[in-house]
Design a protein around this ligand. Structure first.
Ligand SMILES: Cc1cc2nc3c(=O)[nH]c(=O)nc-3n(C[C@H](O)[C@H](O)[C@H](O)COP(=O)(O)OP(=O)(O)OC[C@H]3O[C@@H](n4cnc5c(N)ncnc54)[C@H](O)[C@@H]3O)c2cc1C
Length: 318
């Protein structure tokens, strides 16, 4: 199979996971199509950290370089949206919003996740800049600053402790989170983390700059950065169309996959945030490479078995 729309592997999603998988597969001389509609998760951020050798890389620059590498080895990248997937006989058919249907022997889902943000005015506007979720991604950039933690769930206390490692000025806004237990209170108090009761009405933003957290009662607390805990929801339309179901997790929902990226659906692999809600860029890249090696191994075995039965037929007595 080597025409553009009739390929060994369709990779859905051209983020760090999907493009890494595409490079690995294309370097094994597998015909690969990547379908990507250009909404990588960290696009709102100016730069990415903890990407070894590329610290501070602009997210879209990283992907442009990855795409060029994949294409250099022969992968085809479609800027399009995969809208439907089904299995027909031994192949998968993937319909695109604009382009023609892709037919592939194997499917690798690297569609990432959606960060469902708390519905507080100002949060979406500053998401990825001064509204953060990940201490490892941009914690260093706000070290020593006035950090507000928007409490929305049981993990908000943990987030406050994480950011306290980076700044002595941390305030936990209880907002909608459940009451901390006794042990949590002790930890918060011991580390001088202020706890402010009451619902948050909005973030005060002045010409794109975060100024303060505003409570429903009108009180304002000046801050330089706010942390939130989104619900992480894997993009799973295609997986569900193929008969898969999402696995619930305290922080969201994901496509369950084994260590090599195999899902419960034969012929379907998943990598990156689709199957690991906590994967940062480097982990997503690693998962893409790992899944690609397993997809290739699976195809190698199928090709060898096919060749063996063809040979047996050729040499069998008439
Ligand atoms: C604000 C923010 C900042 C971050 N900063 C960092 C950081 O500094 N360092 C770090 O290591 N990590 C960071 N992360 C985490 C990082 O974004 C993820 O680790 C990474 O994006 C996961 O890669 P992925 O390939 O799994 O998914 P994504 O990067 O989200 O890529 C998925 C791709 O699939 C495409 N897609 C989805 N569905 C379809 C479809 N049906 N058809 C076609 N295309 C589709 C999307 O458009 C997207 O391009 C940050 C996250 C956020 C939210």
């Amino acid at each position: 199979m080597n025409t553009e729309q009739n390929v060994d592997v369709a990779v859905i999603g051209g983020g760090p996971a999907g493009l890494s998988a595409a490079v690995t597969l294309a370097r094994s001389l597998r015909s690969v199509v990547v379908v990507d509609d250009g909404e990588p998760r960290n696009a709102p951020a100016e730069d990415a950290h903890n990407v070894l050798g590329l610290d501070g890389v602009v997210p879209r620059d990283l992907l442009a370089a990855g795409r060029a590498e994949a294409e250099r080895y022969g992968a085809r990248v479609h800027e399009d949206r995969a809208v439907a997937a089904r299995r027909r006989g031994g192949v998968f058919e993937v319909d695109l919003a604009v382009g023609p249907t892709v037919r592939a022997r194997r499917l690798l889902l690297a569609t990432g996740l959606v960060d469902e943000l708390p519905a507080v005015p100002g949060v979406r506007e500053l998401w990825g800049r001064s509204v953060l979720h990940c201490a490892y991604c941009h914690g260093w950039e706000v070290r020593g600053q006035r950090i507000g933690v928007l409490g929305t769930g049981p993990t908000s206390v943990h987030q406050a402790l994480m950011f306290r490692q980076l700044s002595q000025d941390v305030t936990l806004f209880v907002h909608t989170m459940p009451d901390p237990d006794d042990e949590a209170w002790e930890h918060l108090a011991a580390l001088d983390i202020r706890v402010v009761d009451g619902a948050v009405r909005m973030l005060r933003v002045d010409r794109g700059v975060l100024r303060a957290v505003v409570l429903a009662d009108g009180h304002e607390f000046p801050v330089d950065a706010v942390t939130v805990t989104p619900r992480f929801s894997a993009r799973s339309d295609l997986y569900e169309q193929l008969g898969g179901t999402l696995t619930e997790h305290p922080t969201g929902a994901f496509v369950a996959a084994g260590p090599m990226g195999r899902t419960g659906l034969p012929g379907v692999w998943a990598a990156g945030n689709t199957s690991d809600l906590a994967a940062m860029v480097a982990a997503a890249e690693g998962a893409g490479v790992t899944a690609a090696t397993d997809v290739n191994a699976d195809l190698v075995a199928e090709d060898a078995a096919g060749a063996a039965s063809a040979r047996a037929e050729r040499y069998s007595p008439a």
